[in-house]
Design a binder for this molecule. Structure first.
Ligand SMILES: N[C@@H](CCC(=O)N[C@@H](CS)C(=O)NCC(=O)O)C(=O)O
Length: 228
């Protein structure tokens, strides 16, 4: 079936996953197409609609193409119910502020996963403490009992962080990290996000195995521990 929405993706891209979580949470039908991650093999039609040659791109009715996961998430939230952003403008501004911080959080996690040596992995993993601590404090002060950022309803903040908390979890299953355990609010949030149906439906099947194979394909140090 051809859906109104087409999500251009790489199988392991966390930014695509963010958009997919929003689509799933809103129960929007969409098709997905996988672009070759090899720069030289990205098709012309994709390069024409993706100014930075990056995924995600969301095509709408084959007419409009949106890029940048945050812009896509905001667009979907403005156009399709149920609203995932909070109604209260102050709460919404705070949500957007923490959503903005996801790029710093993401770099700390991704840089660790893509370390090339044992030493680099150790040095980079320590750098996760600062963003993890900040999110833990934000969750502690958020004034609701969770399990999600705003309480019982999944929001755009949840969609932004879930892919990176999932990758931290995958990494910790390959090498002991012991970082999230120091941040109980963040650990509880991570558990709720990974159990959320929209998050579980936002990736390819056997996603952890696919993520592990990607480490090996990229020749990353952490890939040495796959299957060992
Ligand atoms: N800020 C962008 C980041 C997207 C991004 O970095 N996508 C990666 C894949 S996870 C990509 O397409 N990289 C291709 C490249 O850099 O050539 C967003 O939020 O959409």
């Amino acid at each position: 079936m051809t859906a109104k929405y087409l999500l251009c993706s790489f199988k392991t891209c966390p930014w695509v996953q963010r958009a997919a979580i929003v689509l799933r949470e809103k129960q929007i039908a969409y098709n997905i197409t996988y672009i070759d991650a090899d720069k030289a093999k990205r098709p012309r039609w994709f390069l024409d609609i993706s100014p930075h040659a990056k995924v995600p791109v969301l095509q709408i009715d084959g007419q409009h193409a949106l890029f940048e996961s945050n812009a896509i998430a905001e667009y979907l939230d403005e156009t399709i119910a149920p609203r995932l952003h909070p109604e209260d403008p102050i709460a919404r501004a705070r949500n957007r502020a923490w959503t903005d911080y996801v790029s710093t959080f993401a770099s700390a996690v991704s840089d660790t996963a893509y370390a090339d040596t044992d030493e680099e992995f150790s040095a980079r993993s320590v750098r996760m403490h600062e963003p993890f601590g900040k999110l833990d404090a934000a969750l502690a002060q958020r004034g609701n009992a969770g399990p999600f950022f705003n309480g019982t309803k999944l929001s755009l903040v949840d969609a932004a962080y879930a892919p990176f908390l999932q990758r931290y979890t995958f990494m910790a299953r390959l090498r002991t990290l012991g970082i999230i355990e120091k941040y109980p609010h963040l650990a509880a949030w991570r558990d709720a996000l990974l159990a959320a149906p929209a998050v579980q439906a936002s990736t390819v099947a056997n996603f952890e195995a696919v993520w592990r194979q990607n480490l090996i394909a990229r020749g990353r140090w952490l890939g040495k521990f796959v299957g060992g």
